[in-house]
Design a protein around this ligand. Structure first.
Ligand code: B12
Length: 452
């Protein structure tokens, strides 16, 4: 609810029809994929004091098109751009001012501005105060290009703006933003101008003190700056937190860092393995992974009591139909806890997008398909159907009931019981649910992969 303030701002997070809150008001998406909302919280925190922000997340509540807000903001990635445009068009038809921000409008500002009054290109922190000043003076401009903000002094997000019970956790924060690597498929590095920024350790520790025992760091690679990571982990030890984050595989090669991570309460890491093929890693410029022995690295992480959530991408130019069975063999041999298997997706703004676009290999520009569940480009060494079905096969094999049961039993030997019960099992069931929901939707709509 908005309370007596000068300006009312409603910030909407659109979602696809599949995950939109149902008629029975029950979220369709598995709870394990409902967390964070950090982007919206930081936008809210960037607003001047005379603005009262309300956050609406379509995963957990419907959009009220009779909303009395003065300004409607929409935060979106690529997969939800069509829905963002639909919502924006409806509000603009009623005379509302609409502003956009997030990954998709940042990389496709000329497309986005056709549905909005203003587009924030990049981070909210430096643009939003300027946008609001211009709005108040009746001079809102179409584009606001942000400088990268200094993370020192970043405000602490007000998590009370969320319906907290609808999320598995809102205990999320960032210690760093961005990454200086140049992996071809990644939009994060370019969004952050290929720079890694760090927050002062003291400020991270202060924010952590106000959060619960279990926290998620929404960093792109929490140990990219090893010296900083060492300092942060040391400072976290007395806080007795349990945390998960995202990290490069390199952490496994640094014994001291791994020990400090474990001592500071690290219980699981999402790691982009991406591919078993050295050639694919080379082509994508994911050089950090090339020299690492994946099996050894996973063993070391398990030895430290850290669960491994592996990201693999299928559909590189070197992948043939045998990639699926080979990858599954690795996943099972390495005892990976959680798998995120994705089809190579050329997100706007990435070097991959530019390459495939140049080569005329992007055959589907329906942005709602840019959700990792669709093939949108023509692979080189297999058909679109083989890539689609092969990815489904690996996911189904990995998340087979008997394998989940065995995984849970085995992991109980080297992971904390809390990690098994509150992370490994829910994530395994969550991914299985998501996969099944997609399969049934595809059957219902008889969506077949297009092109060869
Ligand atoms: C956490 C996360 C999730 C979480 C939670 C998201 C949430 N609701 O909070 C979950 C698991 C749900 C998720 C899901 C998906 N995600 Co995700 N996610 C992230 C991640 C790692 C962090 C997001 C975050 O909190 N960032 C921190 C905030 C502070 O930064 P920010 O988002 O950039 O926001 C700033 C600006 O963009 C701007 N801004 C943003 N919105 C607005 C709005 C206005 C009005 C203004 C003015 C400014 C503004 O200001 C913010 C503060 O500076 C990002 C990577 C990343 N580094 O951002 C990927 C990322 C956003 N996700 C991505 C994708 C592809 C997805 C999925 C489609 C696929 C998947 N990963 O399974 C799904 C789709 C959701 C669904 N329903 O299925 C891509 C998007 C790329 C693209 N162009 O579309 C990213 C970039 C990662 C990647 N692979 O490259 N995701």
């Amino acid at each position: 609810m908005h309370r007596g303030t000068q300006i009312k701002f409603t910030l909407i997070n659109p979602t696809s029809p599949l995950w939109r809150i149902g008629v029975h008001q029950r979220p369709a998406n598995s709870g394990v994929f409902r967390f964070s909302m950090l982007a919206s919280l930081y936008v809210a925190a960037s607003m001047p004091l005379y603005v009262e922000t309300k956050i609406v997340d379509e995963d957990v509540e419907p959009v009220d098109f009779d909303d009395d807000a003065d300004i409607i903001g929409i935060s979106f990635m690529t997969y939800n751009a069509p829905r963002a445009y639909e919502i924006a068009d409806r509000f603009r038809a009623k005379g509302k001012t609409v502003i956009f921000g997030g990954y998709h409008p940042t990389f496709m500002p000329d497309e986005a501005i056709q549905h909005a009054d203003a587009v924030c290109i990049g981070e909210a922190e430096s643009s939003v105060p300027r946008m609001m000043e211009d709005y108040m003076n009746g001079r809102l401009k179409p584009f606001y290009r942000s400088q990268l903000v200094d993370l020192a002094g970043l405000p602490v997000p007000d998590r009370n703006l969320l319906r907290q019970r609808a999320y598995i956790t809102t205990n999320t924060l960032q210690a760093t933003r961005g990454c200086f690597n140049r992996c071809g498929f990644c939009s994060v590095a370019r969004f952050n101008h290929y720079r890694l920024r760090i927050r002062p350790v003291g400020e991270v520790v202060e924010e952590l003190k106000g959060l619960g025992r279990e926290v998620l760091f929404m960093d792109d690679n929490i140990a990219l700056d090893k010296e900083y990571a060492r300092e942060l982990f040391k400072a976290m030890i007395p806080l007795k937190k349990q945390w998960h984050s995202q990290c490069g595989i390199g952490i496994a090669e640094d014994e001291e860092l791994l020990r400090l991570a474990a001592q500071s309460g690290c219980r699981g890491l999402f790691i982009g393995f991406e591919s078993l093929s050295r050639q694919s890693l080379e082509n994508w410029k994911k050089f950090g992974n090339k020299r690492v022995d994946y099996l050894e690295a996973v063993k070391k992480l398990h030895g430290a009591g850290i669960g491994v959530f592996a990201g693999f991408i299928f559909g590189s130019d070197n992948d043939g139909p045998d990639v699926f069975a080979d990858t599954l063999d690795f996943l099972l041999e390495a005892n990976i806890e959680v798998l995120q298997a994705t089809r190579l997706t050329p997100f706007p703004g990435t070097p991959l997008y530019e390459q495939l676009d140049r080569e005329g290999r992007i055959f589907d520009r329906d942005w709602s398909h840019y959700d990792f569940f669709h093939v949108v480009h023509q692979p080189l060494n297999m058909s679109v159907r083989e890539l689609h079905n092969g990815t489904v096969w690996v996911q189904q094999q990995f998340y087979r009931t008997d394998r989940i049961i065995r995984r849970v039993g085995r992991a109980s030997g080297y992971l904390h019981p809390g990690t098994v019960v509150r992370a490994l099992l829910p994530l395994n069931l969550g991914y299985r649910h998501k996969l099944a929901a997609y399969e049934s939707l595809q059957k219902k709509l008889s969506v077949q992969p297009k092109a060869g």
